[in-house]
Design a protein around this ligand. Structure first.
Ligand code: HEM
Length: 429
C-alpha cells in the first residue's frame, strides 16, 4: 500500500489553527509533487484535524464522507460555471477569443443547474437508455482482446498507452457511430479537452482547447448531417430523434453532448483501468484471487473506484449561507468536495486504506451523488470489468517492471503517466 509521501504538515496556518494557537498547520495544496504521488495521508490528516478546512485559495475543502455526500445532494449548492471563467480568460487574449469553447461547455451537464440541467439530462438519459449497452459487451471484449493481441508476444507493455488509453475512446466512438478511421483523432481531441477541469492552465492551453472545440464542432456538424439523412442504431441517431413532450435537442446541444461524452468518459476510464491494475499489481494476493475467481470482478471494480478514485475532486458554490457543523459557508463561497478523501473515510469504510476486492457495502462516491451522479456509470463499470479481467486472465505472470511511478500533473484526475509491466510472452492466437 502506498503510504510513503510526506504528510504535508509544514505550512501556512489556517484561521482555525491560529485561534487554537497552533504554530504550523495543515494545508491543502494539490500542486505539491508529494500530493500527486499520494494524496491519502494528507486527506487523513485534514479529516482528523480540520474536516471542513479553508484552504489558502479561500475554498472550503471537505474530506468527510458524510459532508461530501450532504453537499452533493444539497440544492443550496450550485455548480461552478466554467463557461463564465473561459469568457473571462478571452479578455486577456489579443487576437483570439475563446467563444467556441465557452459556447460548447455552456451546455455541459456538469456545469448546469436546474431547470436547464433537468431538461437536458432527461433528454440525454432517454437517448442513452434507448441505445442498448448490452450489445456493446462483445464489441468491448473484442477491442480489449485486439489490444492485448498486439503486445502478447512481446512480454512487456505500458498498460496506459498500449491499452487503457485507446480502449475507452474507441468504445465511445463506437457508441456514437464515429467511423473507425477517425477514432485516434478524437482521442487526441478529448485528451486536450481534459485540461478544462484544471484550474491552473496557461492561456495557450485555453487557445488550444478552443481550437479543438472548433475542430470538434465541424466534425460533428458533418456527422449529424449525414445521420439526419440516414439514421442508424447508434447513440448519435438516438440524440437526433429523442423527444420529450415538445422538447428536442438542438444541433448545438447535440455537439456539446458528444464532446462531453469524450471528455467525461475518456480519461476517467483510463484512470479506472490504470489505477485498478496498479492496485492489483501491488496486492498480488488479490490479483491471484481475481484470477482464480473472475466473477469477483464486479466487487473488484467497486473497490478500485473507492480505493483510488479516478476523479478526486469536484466543486460546488453556496447559493446562500449554509451552516456545516458550526462553520458558516457564505453565499458565493466555493466548496471543494474531495471525493477521493470521502472514499477513504474510516467512519464510512472499515480499514479504508486496505484494498479488498471482496469488500461489501461499498457505497463510494467515485461517481458523485445527487442530480449530477455520473451518467456513464453503467458503461464504465462494464468497460472496466471486461478490460481488467482481460489483462488479469490473458497475461501470465504479470508484474510491475518498475516501482517508481509518475502521476500526471492534474488536480481533478488521478492519472498515471505510464504503467510499465512485464509478463510471460505467449504466441498470437
Ligand atoms: C471511471 C469512470 C468515470 C468516473 C469516475 C466518472 C465520474 C463522474 C463524476 C464524479 C461525475 C459528477 C461530477 C460532478 O458532480 O461535479 C460524473 C458526471 C458525468 N459523467 Fe462520469 N465518470 C466516469 C465515466 C463516464 C463515462 C464513460 C461517461 C459517458 C460515456 C460519463 C458521463 C458523465 C456525464 C454525462 C456526467 C454529467 C452528469 C450530470 O452532470 O448530470 N462518465 N462522472
Amino acid at each position: 500500500m502506498e503510504q510513503s509521501a510526506n504528510t504535508n504538515q509544514e505550512a501556512i496556518s489556517s484561521p482555525k489553527h491560529q485561534k487554537l494557537g497552533m504554530k504550523k498547520a495543515l494545508k491543502f495544496n494539490p500542486y505539491e509533487p508529494g500530493f500527486q504521488t499520494n494524496p491519502y495521508p494528507i486527506y487523513h490528516s485534514l479529516r482528523s484535524v480540520e474536516p471542513i478546512h479553508q484552504s489558502f485559495t479561500g475554498m472550503w475543502v471537505l474530506t468527510r464522507y458524510a459532508d461530501a455526500k450532504a453537499v452533493l445532494r444539497d440544492s443550496r449548492f450550485c455548480v461552478d460555471k466554467m463557461s463564465k471563467k473561459v469568457k473571462h480568460k478571452s479578455s486577456y487574449l489579443n487576437h483570439q477569443n475563446l467563444d467556441r469553447l465557452a459556447q460548447v461547455i455552456d451546455k455541459w451537464l456538469i456545469f448546469l443547474d436546474p431547470p436547464e440541467h433537468t431538461r437536458l439530462r432527461g433528454l440525454i438519459s432517454k437517448a442513452f437508455s434507448s441505445t442498448s449497452l448490452k450489445f456493446l459487451r462483445p464489441q468491448i471484449q473484442q477491442i480489449a482482446d485486439e489490444l492485448i493481441d498486439k503486445v502478447q508476444h512481446r512480454g512487456f507493455m505500458d498498460i496506459i498507452s498500449d491499452f487503457a488509453c485507446p480502449l475507452p475512446c474507441n468504445v465511445i466512438a463506437a457508441i456514437l457511430g464515429v467511423p473507425i478511421e477517425d477514432w485516434s483523432k478524437l482521442y487526441h481531441w478529448s485528451d486536450e479537452l481534459s485540461n478544462i477541469l484544471d484550474p491552473l492552465r496557461s492561456l495557450e492551453d485555453y487557445e488550444q482547447m478552443n481550437k479543438v472545440a472548433l475542430e470538434f464542432t465541424d466534425y460533428f456538424k458533418n456527422l449529424i448531417t449525414q445521420r439526419q439523412k440516414n439514421l442508424q442504431q447508434d447513440f448519435l441517431s438516438a440524440l437526433i430523434v429523442v423527444k420529450e413532450q415538445d422538447n428536442k435537442l438542438s444541433e448545438e446541444e447535440i455537439i456539446s453532448v458528444c464532446m462531453l461524452l469524450f471528455f467525461a468518459g475518456e480519461e476517467t476510464t483510463v484512470n479506472l483501468i490504470g489505477n485498478g491494475m496498479l492496485a492489483l499489481l501491488r496486492h498480488p494476493q488479490q490479483m491471484q484471487q481475481l484470477k482464480l475467481q473472475p466473477t469477483l470482478i464486479q466487487s473488484a471494480v467497486e473497490e478500485i473506484l473507492r480505493y483510488d478514485s479516478p476523479i478526486q475532486i469536484t466543486t460546488r458554490v453556496a447559493t446562500e449561507d449554509v451552516n456545516m457543523d458550526g462553520i458558516t459557508i457564505r453565499v458565493g463561497e466555493k466548496v471543494l468536495v474531495a471525493l477521493g478523501a470521502a472514499n477513504r473515510d474510516p467512519a464510512q469504510f472499515p480499514h479504508p486504506d486496505c484494498f479488498d476486492i471482496t469488500r461489501v457495502n461499498n457505497s463510494h462516491l467515485a461517481f458523485a451523488d445527487g442530480i449530477h451522479y455520473c451518467l456513464g456509470a453503467v458503461l464504465t463499470r462494464m468497460e472496466a470489468e471486461i478490460a481488467i479481467n482481460a489483462l488479469v486472465q490473458q497475461l501470465p505472470e504479470l508484474k510491475l517492471s518498475q516501482d517508481k511511478l509518475e502521476w500526471r500533473n492534474k488536480v481533478a484526475f488521478r492519472s498515471l503517466k505510464a504503467l510499465p509491466v512485464i509478463f510471460k510472452p505467449t504466441n498470437l492466437k
